[in-house]
Design a protein around this ligand. Sequence first.
Ligand code: SER
Length: 395
Amino acid sequence: MNSEQILSTFTSFYRERGHRPVTGSTLLPPPGDPVLFTTSGMHPLTPYLEGTRPHPLGGRLTNVQRCLRTTDLDEVGDGTHLTVFEMLGSWSLGDYSHSQSLRWGYELLTDGYGFDPGRLYVTVFGGDERLGPDTSSLRTWQELGVPVELTRDENWWSNGPTGPCGPDSEIFVWTGDGPPVSTPTGDERWVEIWNHVLMGYRRHEDGSLTPLPRPSVDTGMGLERLVPLLQGKRSVYDSDLFEPWMRLVPGVWGLSGEEPRRIVSDHLRSSIVVIGDGVLPSNTGRGYVLRRLVRRLLTVLWREDPSRTLGDLPRELVEHTRQHFRQEDGEVDVRGVLLDEERRFRGLLTRGRSVLSRPRFSGRSLTPEDFLYLHDTHGLPRELVEGLLDESLVS
Ligand code: SER
C-alpha cells in the first residue's frame, strides 16, 4: 500500500462506521489557544472532548491532522522523529464506548492493514492510588486474544497539567526480525502505533480529578510510524513519504552523511508546510520556530559547503509536500520566503564573524554584557554567537 492508500483506508473505515471527517487541519490552533502549533489530532477538539458543547458534525468524527512538535527537535535524524507529522484520529464524543473503539482498532489493523495478530501487544492502565485498573479494556483485549501488559503512568493520557484526561490503551507492533519476545515496556522493538484514550476525567489545578459528565474516546495513530511498518521499511525516510527527498537531496546538495540528509529533509519539509499555513520567519512565536528550523538546516548545509543555497531546492519537493499536506497551490511563495531567510542569515553570519574577530573579544570568554551588546548593537542573537564561537556554524 502506498501512503495515500494507507490514509484512505483509515478514513473509509471510519466513514463506513458513521464518522464524519473534520475538515481544516491547519497547524495553527484556533484564536485564544495558548499553544503555538497543533501538537496532536485531538487538540482542536478539546472543548468538545470536555463535553461543554456538542460538535456541529455530531458524535462520531475522524480526521487527518498535521501536527508540529519542537520537543523532539534534537532527535530528528533518527528513523522515527519528525518535526511535522500527521495523526490519523477517530473520536466518539459521548457516543460509543472505549471497548468498541478498541474492537474497531483491532479490526482495522488486522483485516484492513493486514497486520499479523501474533505481532500485536497492548498496554492497559493497571490502576494507581486514585483509580482502579481499566478492567473493561483488559477484558476486551482478552476476548480478542491480544496479550496485555498492565502499566501505571504510561497508560494515563492528559492534554496538559489541567483539562481532559483518562486511562488509555496503546497498541504495539513487533518490529524485530525473529518471533516476538518480552513485552512493550521490556523491549523497544515493540513500537507503539496507536493510542486509544478514554477521556473520562478533568484534572484541576490541585491535581484532583472529577469525572466528565459524558466520557469520550480519542484515538491517535502517527501516519509516519504506520507507513514504514506497512511498507516493510526500517525508517520513515525509506518509505514513499520521503521518496522524492531521498532521491533528489543528495544530487542537489551532495550531503555526505545519512543524518544531515535526514535533518535537512525533515526541516525543509516542515518549513514548507509551516510557510504554507501562513507563517513567516520572525523573532517571536510561530515565526521564531520557523526561523530556527530554517537556520538549523542551513547550518547543516553550510557546514560542508557554504556556497549551498536554497535557491536550488527542487520544485518537485515543494509540490510533493504541498500536495501531500493538501495545501492549495500558488497561495504562498514558499521559495521566496526561504530565500529571504537564507539571505538574512548569511548577512548575520558575516556580520557576526567580523564583529567577533575584533580585539575586544579575542582571547577571553564572553560575559553576559557582551551578549547583550552583540544583540542590541549588532542584532546578533546569543544562540548564533555561541554557534560561531564553538564553530558549529560555518567559519
Ligand atoms: N491524544 C492521544 C495522543 O496524542 C490520542 O490521540 O496520543
